[in-house]
Design a protein around this ligand. Structure first.
Ligand code: NIG
Ligand code: FE
Length: 417
């Protein structure tokens, strides 16, 4: 099956030669082709160029669907490199309590927050978890997401962590989009370990990690390294154990304070360190020249009214930045990457080119899929979207809260939702 997109007003994020990610000044670089065509064969991007070049490349030898993209832009799908979309129930009560004055930390201390989600998850069947998460996948696919990372972390005991990871595995096998799975047993300290948290760390190391790996249920390992959660020393032990079992870290760091999370992540060559509301010069220097992608989660900062990560300072210092949704019931109950793009521009002073690099190429790297997704490149998987009539690459972040995504193509197939 061959699909031809023609008369594309602007084909966005074209990368001719494979590139892992863009950093610093390079983040404002973005190649687009105006008045373009793109050919998809089976599930791959086969060819692209200007409409003038099309006649040399087009042979109508096999079945061809033509899509006229006049006045429309075409983008590679968003890669959402940080989510927690397997969960049992919303946390609207906490939302209202926060409006009334309680903080996220206070709610967590009173057994709300992550512990509340763990209780709900324990009571919910694998089937129900699978179906509600699949609904969320379709919800975000419709609005442009073509790859998603999903974490465990609402289990907090061996059986329930494995249950969550099995749900993610089933989603991987059945959802149309690319999924990567992360083991986050170290998401919160369960009530019964409150007086001796190191015993929970031991359980993660001695029981959970070996089982997760034996059942081949995770691509990455995560720790919530922050104030009131796991210390850098706990994180050090957990990451070391995970690495011994072949799990590369991707960690939650510096959301609630200067906790040493960034440093311990870099020490273990984490693929990404995520959140980063608290970033000083030291954290920025530590990340320079490493293979660790600093990942900012604007939805969580927006929803919890957190201080904003100093993205401008990070990029100006030469770092790469990825943006992801953090879709979860407690701190970011939305996986809308167009809205994340708007926040990137409006709150973090990123220009649209930087936001596009942060939500496609760099976030693909942050979930280990940049060899096949994250840009318009020959041979990459044809996961892309066509906008409605739009003016420029600024249209998506500018029209915050609106959906400008009209047609979605996943694995070379036009989706009808
Ligand atoms: O990324 N910060 C830690 N974990 C999640 C929140 C999870 C929750 O509140 O349920 C986050 O924001
Ligand atoms: Fe998170």
């Amino acid at each position: 099956m061959k699909i031809l997109l023609e008369n594309i007003k602007e084909l966005v994020q074209v990368i001719d030669d494979p590139l892992l990610f863009r950093a610093g000044k390079e983040m404002s670089r973005l190649k687009t082709i105006k008045n373009a065509f793109l050919i998809i064969r089976d599930e791959l991007i086969e060819e692209y160029g200007t409409m003038e070049e099309l006649k040399d490349k087009y042979t109508d030898d096999d079945l061809l669907v033509e899509i006229d993209c006049t006045n429309r832009l075409v983008y590679p799908s968003f890669c959402d490199s940080h989510t927690h979309i397997v969960y049992a129930h919303s946390r609207e009560i906490e939302f209202v309590n926060r409006i009334a004055g309680l903080t996220y930390k206070e709610i967590a201390r009173q057994g709300g927050g992550i512990l509340n989600s763990a209780k709900r998850l324990h009571e919910t069947s694998e089937d129900e978890l699978y179906h509600s998460a699949m609904d969320r996948i379709f919800e975000v696919m419709k609005i442009g997401t073509g790859a998603i990372e999903i974490k465990s972390g609402y289990g907090l005991n061996t059986d329930d962590e494995l249950k969550m990871l099995r749900v993610i595995q089933r989603l991987k096998e059945t959802a149309p989009i690319c999924i990567r799975s992360t083991f986050l047993g170290a998401h919160a300290i369960p009530e019964k370990y409150k007086s001796k948290p190191s015993n929970y760390v031991d359980l993660i190391i001695n029981e959970m990690i070996p089982q997760v790996v034996a059942d081949e249920l995770a691509d990455f390992i995560d720790v919530f390294c922050d104030k009131g959660f796991f210390s850098p020393q706990d994180t050090d032990r957990i990451l070391l154990a995970g690495i011994k079992y072949g799990l590369r870290p991707k960690i939650h760091a510096n959301e609630l304070g200067f906790t040493g999370g960034v440093q311990v992540g870099v020490k273990y060559n984490a693929l990404s360190v995520d959140h980063l509301e608290y970033m000083g010069d030291e954290e920025i220097q530590v990340l320079k020249g490493t293979e660790t992608m600093p990942t900012v989660l604007p939805g969580a900062a927006f929803f919890l009214n957190l201080p904003l990560s100093p993205v401008r300072k990070m990029i100006d210092a030469g770092l790469p930045v990825a943006l992801a949704s953090d879709f979860n019931p407690g701190s970011s109950p939305s996986g809308n990457m167009s809205f994340i793009s708007s926040l990137g521009c409006i709150k973090y002073n990123m220009i649209p080119e930087e936001v596009i690099n942060a939500t496609t190429l760099n976030s693909a790297y942050a979930m280990g899929v940049s060899d096949c997704l994250g840009s318009i490149t020959k041979g990459k998987t044809a996961n892309l979207f066509i906008t409605s009539e739009a003016g420029s690459i600024a249209s998506l972040p500018y029209n915050f809260g609106s959906n400008l995504i009209e047609t979605v193509i996943i694995n070379g197939e036009i989706q009808s939702f």
